[in-house]
Design a protein around this ligand. Structure first.
Ligand code: SAH
Length: 593
């Protein structure tokens, strides 16, 4: 068997990148664009010791699950790896991918997982779902500008102004930009020579508001004849924002740091609605989800992370909220919170929500989104989850006096995480385990890192209770999963009878009480206890800030509240000498000093 040999393959499985897998003479072959159940005539493209790659020459017997791809460019483009697979089978494939990862990487039992996971949430119409498009711009062999998609594994642009995953409005926008470029002789960027101007067209679309944003990414500082572009684009219904982003780096990263609005506003608005769903209803019938009257609205700027499939995002967040099991009294952390999308959903059902996000602009957006929606019980901290959470935990634990508030943050009811593909950092997981929330809700866009992280969490006292896949990325191999873990309760209780006293089989009582007292951990002293002590003994109230000030003066360990304001609205007042003495007395009483 060697390269270029022609073989007949029956496709038995599909791999993580959507490729078909078949066996020939004991060797495993991976075949692009093949569907499980196909019988193919294929040419060997590459051969290794135990496996190889083959390309389809012809489909001898098509699989019953094969469908004609709706997009004519599907094979050239490579964006939709599994479009020829019937949609219901795509969902099965994704469910299998989740289970395989949980079994192989997470060490879970397949049958147990099958019992825990509800069926994948698919789309009724799995096309035209993307609210964001990023078209590269280049030049064809006649020197004319082209807009389209990169061919698979290359930077050659296939001209296309529409994509079946994107909204139909994209076409008119792309055509308007091309017409402007031609008429005003504005050159496309050339990656090799690093000359020319227009690199990408970014389009965002608010599904619920029908608002449109266009951002041109340019290799320069200024867009020439911008009025000509604006006059074309502003005519398009729903156009709200036209901007120019500067990216002069030699990089694959699309957006540069600076964005200037050239027409309209700097953002578009979209709304995400809450659906009633999930654990209460176990069937996968289409009426499983019913719309509630709750919704949160968001401002989205060109740079913000925003889920790309708004139809499915509503389902995803609704399941996450359902899994969180909130009743209104809970303290919740939302790690990797982006522009606060999940946090603001949670806030309507919890006492306090604390979001953590690494991108400063996203944190600013999250705060603004909270304000605009009239949500006052969500606070956001900027930094890495693996820095913010452990630092907060260590500071509070080391401090001998805690407010009730910090106590609640230290031992939250629920922690939600929604990390990027690489999953959670070990330090972050370690701190979650120390904080011991009752429930952890993990939203994941990569089953492999989800499985890795669940292994750590389940090894640390948690148990997988619920799970569900949501198809956010129809026709591609990407998989979104949401699971809920609960803190393990003891499996059973045994009764042990012990007799104290002197004599055989009895446990002597000598000094037990004294030893127990010595080992007893000190009661945690809260600001509330100090206040109550002072009020009872001295008959006056003291403010938390005064207790903090005395602690600071005494050099006792302090921590900054993560939600501390940077600038005080009014100058800090100082406690009177009488109050200082009362606070010192209380600190002595509770053996803090
Ligand atoms: N929950 C949000 C965002 C999820 S995407 C939503 O549904 O819209 C993951 C987010 O994690 C991104 O906003 C990314 O900027 C952020 N992020 C990446 N690494 C991080 C880290 N180490 N700590 C905190 N946030 C991080």
């Amino acid at each position: 068997m060697q390269k270029n040999d022609i073989i007949t393959l029956t496709i038995e499985d599909m791999g993580i990148n959507g490729e078909g897998i078949g066996r020939y003479n004991g060797m495993t072959f991976f075949v692009k664009d093949a569907v499980v159940g196909d019988v193919l005539s294929a040419r060997i493209l590459k051969i290794k010791k135990t496996y190889g790659y083959a390309g389809i020459i012809s489909v001898l017997t098509p699989s019953a699950d094969r469908e004609k791809p709706q997009c004519a460019l599907y094979r050239k483009c490579g964006g939709c790896q599994i479009q020829p697979l019937r949609y219901e089978k795509q969902l099965d494939l994704k469910q299998k991918k989740i289970f395989d990862s949980l079994v192989r990487i997470g060490g879970f039992d397949r049958e147990e997982i099958a019992g825990i996971f509800a069926p994948m949430v698919g789309m009724d119409v799995p096309y035209r779902y993307r609210n964001k498009a990023q078209f590269p711009v280049g030049t064809d062999k006649n020197g004319d500008p082209v807009v389209g998609f990169y061919a698979a594994h290359s930077h050659n642009i296939i001209p296309v102004s529409d994509c079946l995953l994107g909204v139909a409005d994209n076409r008119g926008i792309v055509e308007a930009v091309l017409a402007y470029m031609k008429e005003c002789h504005v050159p496309a960027y050339n990656e090799t020579t690093r000359s020319g101007l227009i690199r990408h067209i970014l389009i965002r679309y608010g599904f619920s508001t029908k608002e449109i944003m266009v951002c041109l990414i340019i290799n320069g500082t200024k867009l020439p004849f911008s009025d000509s572009l604006v006059s074309r684009l502003a005519l398009i219904e729903g156009m709200k924002s036209i901007s120019v982003n500067q990216n002069r780096e030699n990089t694959n990263v699309i957006l540069g740091d600076r964005t200037d609005v050239i027409w309209g506003q700097a953002y578009i608005t979209d709304r995400i609605r809450l659906w009633k769903c999930g654990s209460r209803i176990v069937s996968d019938s289409s009426d499983e989800f019913s719309l509630t009257d709750q919704a949160v609205s968001y401002h989205i700027s060109p740079q913000s992370f925003y889920q790309v499939n708004p139809v499915q995002t509503e389902k995803l967040y609704s399941i996450a909220l359902d899994f969180a099991g909130l009743t209104g009294s809970e303290t919740v952390w939302d790690l990797y919170c982006g522009i606060g999308t999940i946090s603001l959903f949670l806030a309507g059902h919890a006492r306090e929500v604390y979001g953590v996000e690494i991108v400063p602009q996203a944190v600013a957006d999250a705060r603004e989104n909270a304000r605009r929606n009239g949500i006052s019980n969500a606070s956001f901290f900027c930094g890495k989850a693996e820095d913010i959470l452990p630092a907060f935990y260590d500071r509070v634990v080391q401090s001998s006096v805690h407010g009730e508030h910090e106590d609640a943050m230290l031992h939250p009811d629920v922690i939600v995480v929604d990390p990027p593909r690489k999953g959670c950092d070990a330090k972050c997981l370690d701190t979650i385990l120390k904080m011991q929330p009752q429930r952890i809700v993990y939203v994941s866009c990569d089953p492999a890192t989800l499985a890795r992280d669940l292994k750590v969490l389940c090894g640390g006292g948690y148990r997988l209770v619920k799970g569900r896949g949501v198809d956010q990325f129809c026709h591609t191999v990407h998989v979104e999963t949401v699971v809920m873990l609960s803190h393990k309760k003891p499996d059973s209780i045994i009764n042990v009878k012990v007799e104290f006293g002197e004599g055989e089989g009895k446990v002597p009582l000598d000094n037990i009480a004294k030893r127990a007292a010595a080992y007893k951990p000190k009661e945690r002293v809260t600001y509330k206890m100090i206040k109550e002590y002072i009020e009872a003994k001295y008959g006056f109230k003291v403010h938390t800030a005064y207790i903090a000030e005395v602690k600071r003066d005494l050099g006792l360990p302090m921590y900054d509240a993560p939600n501390a304001v940077e600038e005080l609205k009014q100058p800090r007042k100082h406690p009177t000498a009488e109050k200082v003495e009362a606070i010192k007395d209380a600190l002595k009483h509770f053996e803090v000093i």
